[in-house]
Design a protein around this ligand. Structure first.
Ligand SMILES: Cc1cc2nc3c(=O)[nH]c(=O)nc-3n(C[C@H](O)[C@H](O)[C@H](O)COP(=O)(O)OP(=O)(O)OC[C@H]3O[C@@H](n4cnc5c(N)ncnc54)[C@H](O)[C@@H]3O)c2cc1C
Length: 325
């Protein structure tokens, strides 16, 4: 019996959210008196996979089939289900990411497992029941969920816990052949186009984001957002109305109907903080809000707030960041 952790990789690197998931899986395994094994998906490097030992993973299964480099739902699900069977995994832990959400639901059907998404804490046992706490109503509330199935799948919310790094510990990387057939790749994308953000930082994985709303008044003023983003090495984002009127491209729109981001720092400039916007940004570690209206709802969700005019504050903030460099 073991805990199986799904580790997403991109261009050889283990994604930040997967380092968090690996830490979660190792802590859970210790709680259950077992070990945490990982299975890697995406384009991985064996050296980086071995480093998952720093998060407490003992073994990493890796199928080097080249067609697994990009996300293919059927193939990923079959690979992970095979690893779960081989390791007799009782609990499967993955990130509440786009890939995790898509694979998690398929896995729960295939393995007849109970699934909880958006989980924010380690499980606890209450009256013999396995209880997990999860975010609900776009982050406005929490709910406790009992996972009653023999097998359980936990999708951990990004930034729910800090990834630990215990230097010097390595995991054993073991080849794993998932016996995939051409049929498993029938839904493979024929072309994957990654839309580069300003500064080349991809929004869903960015650890710093500078975002603008209607308070920026027009596309001609976006240089202020881009200057701050460039100084910080951040990705740029926007509210929905901004992309609706084509001030910015749609792939920058964050929120309930756009992209979900979970950066370490989200700077909101001239954005009111409507619930639909917050739904996409409320797992950010630190939120800074710049708004001239002290009653703007976003201030309630902010860690730091600047009541002021973006056209006054942004150039000063950018100059201050540049002075630190
Ligand atoms: C079904 C549904 C789904 C939606 N999905 C999304 C979504 O995914 N993402 C999203 O963002 N929205 C979404 N919306 C829209 C959402 O409800 C809000 O209308 C939208 O987020 C508001 O965008 P905004 O804050 O940029 O603009 P506004 O609400 O117009 O706010 C502009 C803010 O800028 C401030 N401001 C103005 N001038 C300045 C200045 N010079 N300096 C500083 N501050 C200034 C104002 O005080 C105000 O707070 C959705 C709505 C619906 C109904």
């Amino acid at each position: 019996m073991s805990v199986l952790v799904i580790v997403e990789c991109d261009k050889g690197e283990v994604k930040k959210s997967s380092l968090e998931v690996a830490t979660y899986g190792a802590l859970l395994a210790a709680q259950l008196g077992t070990t945490a094994t990982a299975v890697a998906v995406g384009e991985a490097s064996e050296a980086n996979l071995a480093q998952l030992g720093e998060q407490g993973i003992t073994k990493v299964l890796y199928d080097a089939e080249p067609r697994l480099k990009d996300f293919v739902n059927n193939a990923y699900t079959k690979l992970i289900a095979g690893a779960a069977q081989q390791e007799s995994a009782q609990v499967i832990v993955l990130a509440n990411s786009n890939i995790g959400a898509a694979v998690g639901s398929r896995l729960s059907v295939r393995l007849q497992a109970s699934l909880a998404t958006n989980v924010v804490e380690l499980p606890r046992t209450e009256g013999g029941q396995f209880v997990v706490k999860r975010g609900a109503f776009s982050g406005k509330a929490f709910s406790d969920v009992v996972l009653s199935g023999e097998r359980k799948i936990i999708a951990v919310k990004k930034n729910a816990l800090e990834a630990k790094h215990e230097a010097g510990r390595t995991a054993e990387v073991v080849a794993f052949a998932a016996q995939l057939t051409d049929a498993d790749f029938a839904d493979a994308p024929t072309q994957v186009v990654l839309q580069d953000q300003a500064g080349g930082v991809l929004l869903p994985e960015a650890s710093l984001v500078v975002s603008g709303g209607r308070g920026m008044k027009g596309p001609e003023n976006w240089g202020l957002i881009e200057d701050l983003a460039k100084a910080l090495g951040a990705a740029t984002a926007c509210s929905k109305p901004v992309s609706d009127v084509d001030w910015r491209p749609h792939h920058e729109h964050v929120g309930q109907t756009g992209i979900t981001v979970s950066p370490n720092l989200y700077i909101a400039c001239g954005i009111s903080g409507a619930i639909q916007h917050l739904a996409g940004v409320n797992s950010s570690k630190v939120i800074v809000v710049i708004n001239k209206d002290p009653e703007a709802p976003f201030f309630k969700a902010a860690d730091y707030g600047i009541v002021g005019d973006v056209f006054d504050v942004l150039p000063k903030l950018t100059a201050a960041v540049k002075a630190l460099a």
